[in-house]
Structure formats: structure tokens, C-alpha cells
Design a protein around this ligand. Structure first.
Ligand code: AMP
Length: 311
């Protein structure tokens, strides 16, 4: 099974209490694709500028990611400048330079058309929608977004949400989108906007799934599921944690013959595993160096950490 992802391929300039990096490879689609590549085949749709070199592309290729859908355009790549202060769960955006994304019209290569899974990573919801409409027959569509689009592009975002099986956002975004400081009530309002299932990420505290009547063909027994996060003594750079969570989550789902509630829950654990690795170093560094053995080991630790024996 292959996943098609559309989203930002970017350069990030990041400041955290651990230090500063200037223009490292980043972007929502990049972090997502690298994480998902440990589970299944990944194809990327995005746009980059002249500052994106063969060396940057090699980072994708080294993980077997198909880059045919990354368009090269005149100008500079998307550039995000952000800072994390004491509270590492909260990114402060200092600058967003859309650059080549401003004029981007996503085109889907013929070889991508048979993708079964579609991930609409964080990018202008108008672009997410263009890709969604060109892929009417996918089996499962999952999407992400952020404050920037929730506050400034609400109408376009609502159109995207109507076509989503799963919406994956963090808790601050969920409260903003659902317009309620109570997460359960906010989740209820968000699910009325379209997504069949909502996953809310809580940064260092894990993630919660909110299931609805249409989450699974067999129906649901529970309305909520909470997956843990790994308690870490050191978080170097939280950038990309959310997208790496999404990559682990969606990558695992795409590798399964059937999407059952049990596999959905395992997928959330894999999401937590990938997110926990992503934050250990700046940018994509940790995930680039990761092995499948390390993923399996940490998955076992996650199980251990949240397991309760029957009496
Ligand atoms: P996260 O996984 O939520 O930490 O997302 C991090 C990535 O989102 C960074 O690598 C940024 O390049 C990217 N990003 C930040 N702002 C935006 C935006 N407005 N649109 C698309 N991508 C963005």
C-alpha cells in the first residue's frame, strides 16, 4: 500500500533552549514522509525552490521515498522560523515565508494515482482540497492543520474537513477550531464538521482518539482511546514531532490489510514512538539515523509503560 502526502517541504530556522539551527531541512510533508517510510511506500507532492539541492533530495531517496511529485520552481523554498521557550509544547512562529508555495498548483503524477492512502499534511487548505479532489477513490484520508490556517482560512479548512476520515491536530488547535476550552466538547463540535475520527495530540502527554459512529464499519465500543508518550529527560527540538507522529500512525495503518479498532490503536502507539524519536535531535536528524529495531524496542517500552495486568 502506498501513501500519498501533500504538504510543506521547507527549510526551518529553529531556536530552542538547546540551541539554534539555521535553515535545516524540514516541512510537514518531509517529517511525515521520513517517519512513514519505515512502515510503507511514500510518495510526496510539494514544491521547492532553487535552494533545495540534490543533497536535500537524497535525504528522501535514502529512505526510499518517491520524490517525483516534488516540483522544482524558481525562487526560494518555504521557510519557517520558529522558537520554543520554556514550554516546549508550544511553538512560537516568528516568520512564515511561503515563497514558492504562494503560486503552487499541485499536480499529481500518473504513477501516484493508484495510492490508497492520502495524507493532507499541514499546508494551505485550498491546496489540500485540490489534491483531495484529484484523488476521489482513496481508501483513507487523514489531514492535519495548524492555528495559522484555522484563524485565517477557516472556510477553505471546513471544506477539507468534510472529506476527512481522520483529523489529526494538537490540543490547542482543537480548542481553537472547536471554539471551546473543554476538549471533549471541542472534539464533538469538530466531528460535526466532517471528520469521522479525531486524534488530538497532547505533546509530551500522548494523544487521544475521539471515535464517532462512522469511525469503523463495525461501529465503536468506546468513544475514546488514549495512547501514551515516552517520558524523555531531554527534548532537543520539538519541531516535526506532530508530523512524525502522523507518519508513524498513518504508516502503520497503511501497512495493514484491514483497519480494525485494534490496529488503529496500535497505529497511535507507533505515532507516539516516532514522535518521541523526532524530538531527540534538531530537525530530521534523529529520524534519518533511526533503525526499525529501535522502533520495535521503543514500541515494546510503550506497551510496558501503559500495560495493566488483569488481577
Ligand atoms: P510539527 O510537526 O507540528 O512540529 O510541524 C513542523 C513543521 O511544520 C516544520 O518543519 C515547518 O516547516 C512546518 N510549518 C510551519 N508552519 C507552517 C505552515 N504555515 N504551513 C505549512 N507548514 C508549516
Amino acid at each position: 500500500m502506498s501513501i500519498l502526502v501533500v504538504g510543506s517541504v521547507a527549510f526551518d530556522s529553529i531556536q530552542t533552549p538547546h540551541g539554534t539551527v539555521d535553515r535545516c531541512l524540514g516541512g510537514a510533508a518531509t517529517h511525515f514522509a521520513l517517519a512513514a517510510s519505515f512502515f510503507t511506500k511514500v510518495r510526496v507532492i510539494g514544491v521547492v525552490g532553487e535552494d533545495f539541492t540534490a543533497q536535500h533530495e537524497a535525504v528522501f531517496r535514502a529512505r526510499g521515498i518517491d520524490t517525483e511529485g516534488i516540483e522544482h520552481s524558481a525562487g526560494n523554498s518555504f521557510h519557517w522560523t520558529g522558537e520554543y521557550r520554556e514550554n516546549l509544547s508550544e511553538a512560537h512562529t516568528l516568520r512564515t515565508d511561503l515563497n514558492v508555495f504562494e503560486r503552487f498548483q499541485p499536480k499529481i503524477p500518473a504513477s501516484y494515482r493508484d495510492s490508497d492512502f492520502l495524507f493532507l499534511a499541514n499546508i494551505d487548505p485550498a491546496l489540500q482540497q485540490q489534491v483531495r479532489q484529484q484523488m476521489p477513490r482513496v481508501r483513507l484520508v487523514c489531514g492535519d492543520t495548524m492555528n495559522y490556517w484555522i484563524t485565517g482560512h477557516r472556510e477553505n479548512l471546513q471544506a477539507v474537513m468534510k472529506g476527512l476520515d481522520v483529523l489529526l491536530i494538537n490540543d490547542g488547535e482543537a480548542k481553537l477550531l472547536g471554539d471551546d476550552a473543554n476538549l471533549v466538547r471541542a472534539a464533538g463540535r469538530i466531528m460535526e464538521m466532517g471528520p469521522k475520527t479525531l486524534i488530538v495530540k497532547h505533546g509530551e502527554y500522548g494523544a487521544t482518539a475521539f471515535f464517532g459512529d462512522h469511525s469503523f464499519p463495525s461501529g465503536v465500543h468506546n468513544r475514546f482511546f488514549r495512547a501514551p508518550a515516552m517520558p524523555l529527560a531531554e527534548v532537543v527540538d520539538p519541531t516535526g514531532a506532530g508530523d512524525s507522529f502522523a507518519g508513524g500512525f498513518f504508516g502503520h495503518l497503511a501497512s495493514q490489510p484491514e483497519i480494525t479498532p485494534a490496529q488503529f490503536k496500535r497505529a497511535m502507539f507507533y505515532g507516539g514512538v516516532m514522535g518521541s524519536f523526532a524530538v531527540e535531535r534538531f530537525g530530521t536528524e534523529r529520524i534519518q539515523a533511526l533503525t526499525r529495531e529501535e522502533i520495535d524496542q521503543r514500541f515494546a517500552s510503550f506497551q510496558e509503560l501503559s500495560h495493566l495486568d488483569a488481577e
